[in-house]
Ligand binder design. Structure first.
Ligand code: SP5
Ligand code: ZN
Length: 350
């Protein structure tokens, strides 16, 4: 399989994230990807490649994100430093939000102040934006687009091995360590490449709120997510079982929330439910936002999967018999991330 590797990922290196009133060290760190690359040297289950430089990336980004949000991201670091030259030494984190019109705040008079603009486009204060975030996220999206094109050209499996992750990024917002929704870019590219129906099966510990929202009113992209119950787990404000899609998309979103503490047996049975729903949709290709934060040793998550379980996860995905793009999402037990990720990839082949 082709593994499109984001060679610019380390340019995004957030220092701190806000957690319960304190700035704590970032969980989403460059070493995560290095551990996967190291394991791929030990177990070369695929070929490491880079996306071509001339991909139609900007057009692909605009298919899933709004133009104003993309413009915001492209200029965000410069605007942050322009707000105060001393900002060059700290990451940008939002600290003021408009909430929504329901709270009486206006959405029709966008502020000019950059701190306020950041609050318009970010849904948490846990996603530091740094000098290299845009370059890293853009190159990651190029990996996702290239992986989709490889599958369109006949590859059975292709992976975007990248960070920052993507599945929390919505049409016009960042958050959850995510800026560009790589899985959505891949799914849309598969559609634009001529496939009529594409399924997304998100196995990250956290609900894929961004992907759900991007495709929520569409019947051509079926989205399913297995995740920690949002009543207690991040991202809290989306991911409940009663969210089934809207309008033409009604019935084309499936959320399977599970309680914190869930082990492999119940998670596996839930995966079978999600896989049956994917089969019923009869897609021509599959996108798997692959989060490894379901691991028992994950420092910020609550499921109890073990390293060997990921071999079975890979086998199950392969059994769907679909051309498949995988994108790397979460997974914060960095030292175990290489083994866990490559176990999934090895399982795909067996
Ligand atoms: C892609 C992805 O997995 N994003 C997850 C974002 C989770 N953000 C909230 C993290 C809460 C951090 N908890 C810190 C615990 C310190 N002991
Ligand atoms: Zn996650």
């Amino acid at each position: 399989m082709k593994i499109f590797h984001n060679t610019r990922h380390a340019e995004h290196a957030g220092r701190q994230e806000m957690f319960r009133g304190r700035l704590v060290d970032c969980h989403e760190v460059p070493q995560r990807l290095q551990h996967v690359l190291d394991e791929l040297v030990r177990r070369p289950v695929g070929t490491l490649v880079q996306p071509a430089a001339d991909l139609p990336l900007d057009a692909a980004l605009r298919r899933v994100h709004s133009a104003d949000y993309l413009d915001f991201l492209a200029r965000a670091w410069d605007d942050w430093v322009a707000l105060d030259p001393a900002n060059a030494l700290v990451d940008a984190l939002p600290s003021v939000w408009p909430l929504t019109a329901r709270h009486g705040f206006r959405t029709d008079a966008p502020p000019l102040n950059f701190a306020a603009r950041l609050g318009q486009y970010a849904f948490d204060s846990g996603t530091p934006l740094t000098a290299g975030s845009w370059a890293a996220a853009r190159e990651g999206a190029a990996c996702a687009l290239a992986a989709a094109q490889a599958v369109l050209a006949g590859e059975r499996f292709a992976m975007a091995l990248t960070r920052p992750p993507g599945h929390h990024a919505g049409p016009n917002y960042m958050g959850g360590y995510c800026f560009i929704n790589n899985g959505a870019v891949a799914a849309q590219a598969l559609r634009d490449g001529g496939l009529q129906r594409v399924a997304v099966l998100d196995v990250d510990y956290h609900h894929g709120n961004g992907t759900q929202t991007i495709f929520y009113e569409r019947s051509d992209v079926f989205t399913a997510s297995i995740h920690g119950d949002p009543r207690t787990e991040y991202p809290f404000f989306l991911g409940h079982a009663d969210e089934r899609g809207a309008g033409a998309g009604e019935g084309f979103n499936l959320n399977l929330p599970l309680p914190r503490g869930t082990g492999f047996e119940v998670w596996w049975a839930t995966l079978q439910t999600a896989m049956q729903a994917v089969r019923d949709f009869a897609p021509q290709a599959l996108v798997v936002p692959l989060g490894l934060d379901t691991f028992e040793g994950d420092p910020i998550s609550g499921f109890k999967l073990r390293s060997a379980d990921y071999l079975q996860v890979g086998r199950a995905i392969a059994q769907l018999g679909l051309p498949t793009v995988l994108t790397l999402e979460g997974g914060y037990a960095a030292a175990d991330l290489g083994v866990n990720t490559v176990n999934v990839l090895e399982g795909l082949r067996s």
